[in-house]
Design a binder for this molecule. Structure first.
Ligand SMILES: Cc1cc2nc3c(=O)[nH]c(=O)nc-3n(C[C@H](O)[C@H](O)[C@H](O)COP(=O)(O)OP(=O)(O)OC[C@H]3O[C@@H](n4cnc5c(N)ncnc54)[C@H](O)[C@@H]3O)c2cc1C
Length: 549
């Protein structure tokens, strides 16, 4: 045998790791009232980083779902076939309660603990997070129909993943989807044309199309359709209580940039049986309860993607040498890595703070509900928008290897824009910030109360808060305000992240964040932290594990 070459100077495989091995995450969990969930988060984080689960993630993406519209005899079947790895990922997620646990767990911090678990588990494979997130989010919307909720909520919250087309109430556990977007209207759902006609027995019949409905193998969907009263929300089962198929036709699966493990379909409703959820004509108000929860998961999913990319970048650059030393000892690469670490931590602390606000608002804290209203919109805008840029830079830290599928970075890169598009694309999220400001003035008070908890701790943060007040004072008429909406959403998110980091992170991370994002000469790419930034301290924190006791 001829030895053609020896392999040198390549990073070893990352191997088993723990996705919970992150100080910022564990500190947030303890600080915000979720210490009791730490063992579960740690266990799930270790599972997420295991070779076995990494393998499942690879298979789930490489063998994407396939749609079977008909059987061999020509009967419609409308079923989606998945690789077994997908089902294993779903099973783990459901068994760990990521799909609904907080709705049946009365402990304070239940949403926070679930958020931390969703965050670490999303680092394994983000695609199946879609149906998991939609199931979690469906519950509060469904509660607008107490009778339906009494029947379906226990099954949505059950820790059994029971795949297959059977009457929902005969199954051990259920998965829920969301069916809003139509060809002619996505963000503008009021343009929906799907029609719902009363059947005379309390149910309705839906006829129309949906341009995007992900996870079409879900057992039930929350769908929007027009009634005489206006746009209304409905619960639509795939299989009827008597076991017959409901009138849902899966037309095709989307051929997507990323999110390949997950199926996203075009659906047609043909006289589909549906039950009303909430008041007829108040469909948007009802389904927004669902959207608010999935938006939180978009923030958490983006933060998780950043942490996953950072981990790969830190690993690769610690082992790869160029120009005489390891890449992570080259000053400019250290600046890039530190900047990625600062961004990642800022996303994580914001995501966890938002999850804590869910817990507190569920417990009746009006101030936290008001904070969540504004901060979630700003966070959805900014953190999700930063996800793509972060993924691109993390990928580049691996050089050419990062562009190759086997590295796993392309999967992160492809996934990132989606979190910014669905559940309110960038502009829509920024405009939602404006809406919160005009319709919920108490949200701004709650926001300033939160960020000013750090008043006096950092002059750049103080100046940024003052600058924000000035910006808000100059919004002017509606058109001018719209033109400023992105800047405003960005600023709101950055100031909140800055305040959280100043209060809760290390001086090095807080200083680098304030010096770059809130003040001075921040460049437009990662790796432009001011020269005084304490790179060693930032990288030390990003590398070390979760135990801060
Ligand atoms: C992979 C994938 C899965 C999906 N799964 C689902 C699902 O399960 N269920 C579901 O209901 N939907 C789903 N969607 C649809 C998704 O929620 C929509 O694509 C999204 O909300 C944007 O709507 P749209 O595509 O109609 O774009 P549009 O609404 O046409 O928006 C296009 C662009 O215009 C911007 N825009 C919109 N309004 C304004 C305005 N007033 N001012 C300035 N800019 C504006 C938007 O920000 C966006 O950048 C999915 C989408 C994708 C890509």
């Amino acid at each position: 045998m001829t030895v053609t070459h020896e392999v040198t100077n390549q990073a070893p495989p990352l191997g088993d790791f723990s996705a919970a091995d992150e100080r910022a995450l564990v500190e947030a969990l303890r600080r915000e009232g979720g210490a009791w969930g730490e063992p579960e988060v740690v266990a799930l984080g270790a599972l997420a980083g295991s070779a076995e689960v990494q393998d499942q993630a690879r298979w789930a993406e490489q063998q994407p779902p396939r749609l079977h519209t008909h059987d061999r005899y020509g009967h419609r079947v409308d079923e989606v076939e998945f690789h077994p790895a997908w089902h294993r990922l779903m099973t783990t997620a459901v068994e760990h309660g990521l799909h609904a646990a907080p709705w049946t767990d009365g402990r304070p911090g239940a949403h926070l603990v679930r958020a931390a678990k969703f965050y670490v588990w999303s680092q394994a494979e983000p695609g199946h997070g879609c149906p998991i997130s939609m199931t979690y989010a469906a519950v509060p919307a469904l509660r607008a129909a107490p009778e339906l909720a009494a029947q379906y909520e226990p099954l949505l919250a059950a820790r059994s993943y029971d795949f297959g087309l059977r009457a929902p109430l005969t199954k051990r556990g259920l998965i829920a989807g969301m069916s809003m977007t139509e060809k002619q209207g996505g963000s503008d759902v009021r343009a929906n044309t799907t029609r719902a006609v009363p059947a005379g027995d309390g149910s309705y019949r839906l006829t129309g199309h949906k341009w995007f409905t992900s996870a079409p193998m879900s057992d039930v969907f929350l769908a929007l359709a027009q009634t005489d009263e206006g746009l209304s929300c409905f619960l639509v089962p795939r299989v009827l209580p008597d076991g017959a198929r409901n009138g849902l036709r899966l037309m095709r699966l989307k051929d997507k940039l990323g999110n390949r493990s997950n199926a996203s379909s075009e659906i047609e409703y043909e006289d589909a049986v549906a039950w009303p959820v909430g008041e007829p004509g108040r469909g948007v108000r009802t389904i927004v309860e669902m959207v608010n929860m999935t938006r939180l998961d978009c923030v958490l999913g983006s933060a998780a993607g950043m942490r996953a990319g950072l981990r790969q970048a830190l690993h690769h650059t610690a082992h790869r040498r160029a120009f005489g030393r390891e890449l992570d000892r080259q000053p400019l690469m250290r600046s890039v890595l530190a900047d990625l670490a600062v961004e990642s931590e800022a996303a994580t602390v914001l995501g966890m703070r938002l999850a804590a606000a869910v817990d507190r608002s569920q417990a009746g804290d009006a101030g936290e509900a008001a904070l969540r209203r504004l901060a979630l919109a700003a966070g959805k805008y900014w953190v999700c928008k930063r996800g793509s840029t972060h993924a691109a830079e993390a990928l580049e830290c691996l050089g050419g290897n990062g562009y190759v599928e086997e590295s796993g970075l392309p999967r992160l890169y492809r996934e990132a824009p989606l979190l910014s598009i669905w559940e309110g694309s960038g502009n829509v999220a920024a405009l939602d910030v404006l809406r919160a400001l005009t319709r919920a003035p108490e949200a701004l008070d709650a926001y300033f109360a939160e960020v000013e908890a750090a008043a006096g701790a950092d002059r750049r943060l103080d100046a940024a808060v003052a600058g924000l007040r000035k910006l808000l004072g100059g919004l002017g008429d509606s058109e001018r305000a719209q033109l400023m909406a992105r800047s405003l959403a960005e600023r709101l998110a950055l100031v909140l992240q800055g305040s959280l980091l100043v209060r809760h992170s290390t001086p090095a991370v807080a200083d680098a964040f304030c010096a770059s994002r809130l003040d001075g000469e921040w460049g437009h790419a990662f790796g432009t932290l001011p020269p005084g930034a304490d790179l060693a301290a930032i990288l030390g924190r990003a590398r070390t594990g979760g135990d801060t006791a």
